[in-house]
Ligand binder design. Structure first.
Ligand code: COA
Ligand code: AMP
Length: 632
């Protein structure tokens, strides 16, 4: 039997033993004697009698074990022209001090701390400081607008918010403080305290009695020690898009996260402690949590925090520069970043300027990896390019070529095979496994491995109904696909209204709610149309209220501005058209999939239950005018 199959079988046959063995590789205050407790599915727990601290595993353990002077974090910011390296000891000391500052404001174990920050070292310090105290961090991506921030504030009720004066995008400085103030104003829950890091580009005005300058906070603080917590205590909440405007607060436990992420570093990524690992993502996304911050640090690697873009900061050689300058062994990013590079520098001419000899593997995830991009990266870089599939909910990959176990042949279009720990099936509508090669819902048989989500914050019933109710005994991933005869998995599309824009997960339902809130809109639909660069882009189709006599141009402009203001620029919502009718079934269900196929010029069949066929002509014309449906 192949090495991969044997490890997979062990994890499947005796998950408790398998993960208890993996748990020995991390530091416990009280080592666990039990692995899995599945008495109350789907609320399974891992290592429930263990006590642990995630920050201790990320920093202190390495300082104590000979890595004090090794770089823990390299901050590289072409956007501000600055770089900074922090050794494990320096990062530990900064984190301990900031943890002391949080504690001085009354933050302690179990309290939530919301972090709304750009890609600067202070953001990593804030995250780890929370973990040090056993406080629960919730990082909100900087590209979200005040309204989205307010929704998250109300949901997790933070004791404190850590933020910065601004984020810096290539074309503009994004002032965070006005967004923060307006979010706090909008939220019903009143945040008592904010700590704000002032960046050089903008000095924000602080509100007396509520806001504290980061420098003042640490000047007055004493370093805090790690607080051991129960393995099952939450490490963080990370909000992700669901099918409605109310985001889902994915909760991850502490012990499971430490054990699983440490395990993935060697078994999936094939990385050794001491090597440089770079996840070119954002700390606001799950990739940033797992592989900018926790995974590499648990493993004693050097992690890179990159504040820049794949192109334009300053050119399409930016990734190669970072790899060669910091001797990166493994890069993890989204295919969209490579599509952006390929578009600007199709022959990768800029590569020639850099010494890439240390670079070994490129991992891609976040969206479906198109074969062209995979092949381009393989031939230009001459290294292994591994597509792997995962989700905010799982925290680490469901499918991958596990380089540290056994390198399997790469099959274009497939994120390879199920990772040990994930017993994956393809199910039909009745919940029966289908034959190899047949498309169905991708679902993971319970139990989920450690480090996956344990609940949704404040919404255990939604946790059950959204993920575990359709197929008895399974976690429903929300993705559809198939598994071939050799066990290779192909992830084809979402089964819900979630779309993927430049590797960012967005809900069409949430955008529809924003459009529907415009006073002149009677009805609307938002679809994810294919886009060569970003994978998908949201496009809106709206019907105006009777009697509205304002110009279409004014209204569409307002709708674009409204989505930007209420969801954020990251939605990249730029295309919206006014139509007279929207296609629906006779029972009133919007035919979004049909409209999407028309937009993409893909094949589609006339739905037998369509109420009014002429609505399709109306929509097709509107889509054509927006540059879609070219072959319809
Ligand atoms: N704070 C504020 N605004 C932000 C932001 C942040 N942290 N991140 C993005 N934005 C804004 C951008 O400025 C842009 O605004 P604009 O409409 O004024 O131009 C908008 O949100 C869309 O940003 P982005 O998705 O980054 O698109 P882009 O056109 O600027 O760049 C890529 C396209 C492909 C280069 C870029 O999406 C990219 O690098 N993607 C990498 C994928 C990734 O990190 N995925 C995470 C999961 S692995
Ligand atoms: P997120 O929770 O933001 O990480 O988004 C998760 C979703 O992105 C998944 O459910 C998939 O739809 C998609 N996705 C992530 N990685 C891949 C991949 N390698 N191949 C196809 N789709 C992917």
């Amino acid at each position: 039997m192949s090495q991969y199959k044997s490890v997979f079988q062990r994890a499947k046959n005796s998950p408790s033993d398998f993960w208890l063995e993996a748990a020995r590789a991390v530091h416990w205050e009280t080592p666990p004697t039990t692995g899995l407790n599945d008495n109350n599915p789907p609320f399974n727990t891992w290592f429930e009698d263990g006590k642990i601290n995630a920050c201790h595993n990320a920093l202190d353990i390495h300082v104590e074990n000979g890595r004090a002077d090794q770089a823990a974090l390299i901050y590289d910011s072409p956007i501000t022209g600055s770089k900074r390296t922090l050794t494990y000891k320096e990062l530990r000391d900064e984190v301990a001090l900031f943890a002391g500052a949080l504690a001085a404001q009354g933050v302690s174990k179990g309290d939530r701390v919301l972090i709304y920050m750009p890609m600067i070292p202070e953001a990593v310090v804030a995250v780890l400081a929370c973990a040090r105290l056993g406080a629960v961090h919730s990082v909100v991506f900087g590209g979200f607008a005040a309204n989205e921030l307010a929704v998250r504030i109300d949901d997790c009720e933070p004791k404190l918010i850590v933020s910065a004066s601004c984020g810096i995008e290539p074309a503009r400085v994004v002032e965070y403080k006005p967004l923060l103030d307006s979010a706090i104003e909008l939220a019903s829950y009143k945040v008592p305290c904010c700590i704000l890091h002032q960046r050089e580009a903008v000095s924000a005005t602080l509100i007396d009695g509520r806001d504290i300058d980061w420098q003042d906070a640490i000047a007055a603080a004493k370093p805090a020690d790690c607080v051991p917590v129960k393995s099952t205590d939450p490490l963080y909440i990370l909000y992700t898009s669901g099918t409605t405007g109310q985001p889902k607060g994915v909760v991850r436990d502490t012990g499971g996260s430490v054990v699983s992420l440490k395990w993935t570093m060697s078994n999936i990524y094939g990385v050794e402690p001491g090597e440089v690992y770079w996840a070119a993502s954002d700390i606001g996304w799950v990739v940033g949590h797992s592989y900018i911050i926790y995974g590499p640090l648990f493993h004693g690697c050097t992690t890179v925090l990159y504040e820049g873009k794949p192109v334009g900061t300053p050119d399409a050689g930016a990734f190669w520069r970072v790899i060669s300058e910091h001797k990166v062994s493994v890069l993890f990013t989204a295919p969209t970043a490579f599509r952006a590079i390929k578009k600007v520098d199709p022959d990768a001419a800029l590569l020639k300027q850099y010494d890439m000899s240390m670079f070994r593997t490129l991992f891609l995830a976040g969206e479906r990896c198109d074969p062209d991009t995979l092949e381009w990266a393989q031939t230009r870089l001459g290294v292994d390019v591994i597509d792997h599939w995962w989700q905010t909910e799982t925290g680490w990959s469901i499918c991958s070529n596990c380089l540290g176990i056994e390198k399997l042949p790469v099959v274009s279009g497939s994120p390879s095979v199920a990772v040990p720990g994930y017993d994956l099936d393809v199910l039909d509508e009745q919940g029966n496994p289908v034959a190899p090669g047949q498309i169905g819902a991708l679902a993971v048989k319970l139990p989920l491995p450690p480090g996956t989500f344990i609940t949704l914050w404040g919404a255990p019933e939604r946790f059950k109904s959204a993920y575990f109710s359709t197929y008895e005994g399974y976690y429903e991933t929300g993705d559809a696909g198939y598994i071939d005869e050799n066990g290779y998995v192909f992830v084809m599309a979402r089964t819900d209204d979630v779309i993927n824009v430049a590797g960012h997960r967005l809900s069409t339902g949430a955008i529809e709610e924003v459009l529907a809130g415009h006073p002149d809109v009677a009805e609307c639909a938002v679809l994810g149309a294919s886009d060569d660069l970003k994978g998908q882009l949201p496009i809106g189709l709206v019907i105006l209220s009777d009697g509205c006599d304002r110009s279409n141009e004014d209204i569409t402009k307002e709708l674009v501005a409204r989505v930007r203001e209420l969801i954020g620029p990251v939605a990249a919502f730029k295309s919206v058209a006014i139509v007279n009718k929207l296609p629906k079934t006779r029972s009133g269900k919007m035919l979004r999939a049909t409209m999407r196929s028309i937009a993409d010029s893909a094949e589609w069949n006339m739905p037998a239950t369509i109420e009014d066929v002429s609505a399709l002509d109306d929509v097709t014309t509107a889509l054509k005018n927006m540059g879609y449906a070219s072959k319809s």
